[in-house]
Ligand binder design. Structure first.
Ligand code: HEC
Ligand code: HEC
Length: 301
């Protein structure tokens, strides 16, 4: 009997080891935030304002400079007053039009006493569409205690649909400062080369490597050592794969943002295989135990 227990024990250890070994091969990815609420022409004003508040706080990054409560940042004007003052800011310009302008082309008019520093809400990093800009304005109007007068038009929705969702990789490149040094799709800095088409002559693995270890190669005509080595290491793996998927996509190449090369290396498929192997081993363990039970004499002898 001892031998039977020993066999089962060894099987269990082996199973658990295989399970944990394969388990740690499965890449871990960050949870993506839940899909945001859709804005439509029929979204009620209160709901529109709630979506706008969320945009101001999170995606818009507006609170880096503005405040919407007593405490907060004062690099820009207090947003609780923005809607109230909007109708009087610019000669001959209505309140809604002024608010739209102040988000889309903030440099067209500077509030007296403030510098030119606000980034356009429709460009990276915020990258809002017109429906989102109007949701923010609905929020600013509610915040100022006024009626929501901004209207979502069918063409705002159409334009947002035509533009498509912003690729997560593009967003990640803005968040992690790549756009500060590189031009992508016509926008960005000029410290490094334009990388819109960098995927054409490179594999996904090479791009991944270049981002986490910039010294692997140096673009012709540029100095080595400028692209920060610590930058890529701080990017979560999920976003890293998104960036590579985006850059490969710009050259018409496909790369799964989960980092998977083929369906067999997809995490879901791998997990399935792990479960299958686990079950097979359990069955084998039971079979061995069963056989041993049927021949106790032989085993014990
Ligand atoms: C880097 C700082 C910065 C960020 C980020 C920023 N703003 Fe501003 N904002 C300013 C400054 C400075 C002004 C005043 C100068 C001007 O008019 O551009 C301003 C002006 C405004 C005005 C006009 C206010 C008035 O009283 O007329 C509005 C409205 C506004 N910002 C909304 C936003 C929203 C919404 C966001 C987020 C999508 C945002 N801002 C992001 C700095 C910023
Ligand atoms: C401080 C500026 C700077 C930042 C930030 C930066 N890079 Fe670079 N990058 C450069 C420079 C300069 C080069 C050219 C020299 C070299 O290859 O190292 C370069 C080269 C590259 C190349 C190779 C281009 C080619 O034609 O071979 C890729 C791809 C790249 N960067 C991607 C990125 C990504 C993705 C990020 C953001 C995670 C990023 N870079 C952030 C400066 C920067």
């Amino acid at each position: 009997m001892k031998l039977t227990f020993l066999k089962i024990f060894v099987f269990l250890i082996a199973t658990v080891s295989i399970y944990s070994y394969v388990g740690q091969l499965v890449p871990q990815f960050e949870e993506q935030p839940p899909a945001k609420k859709l804005i439509t022409v029929a979204t009620p004003p209160a709901e529109l304002a709630a979506i706008g508040e969320e945009l101001v706080r999170v995606k818009g990054g507006c609170l880096i400079c503005h405040k919407v409560t007593e405490s907060g940042n004062v690099r820009g004007p207090d947003l609780r007053q923005a809607a109230g003052l909007a109708g009087r800011r610019r000669e001959g310009m209505g309140a809604d039009a002024y608010l739209i302008e102040s988000l889309v082309t903030p440099d067209a008019y500077l509030v007296p006493g403030y510098p030119k520093m606000m980034p356009s809400a429709v460009k990276p990093p915020a990258n809002m569409n017109m429906a989102e800009v109007k949701a923010i304005i609905a929020y600013l109007q509610t915040l100022g205690g006024a009626e929501v007068s901004v209207k979502i038009l069918a063409e705002d929705i159409q334009a947002a649909k035509a533009a498509g969702p912003v690729h997560k990789g593009k967003e990640a490149m803005a968040t992690h400062g790549c756009i500060g040094c590189h031009k992508v799709e016509g926008e960005g800095g000029e410290v490094g080369p334009e990388i819109t088409k960098v995927g054409a002559g490179r594999t996904a693995e090479e791009l991944l490597k270049k981002i986490v270890e910039p010294s692997v190669w140096t673009a012709p005509g540029y100095a080595a050592g400028i692209m920060p080595a610590e930058l890529g290491k701080a990017i979560p793996p999920g976003e890293l794969h998104e960036i590579v998927a985006y850059l490969m996509g710009l050259s018409g190449k496909s790369y799964s943002p989960t980092g998977a090369e083929s369906p067999w290396s997809h995490e879901g498929v791998r997990l399935g295989l792990v479960v299958l192997v686990f079950n097979l081993i359990m069955l084998a363990a039971l079979a061995v135990a069963g056989r041993a039970d049927r021949r106790p004499k032989a085993e014990d002898a």
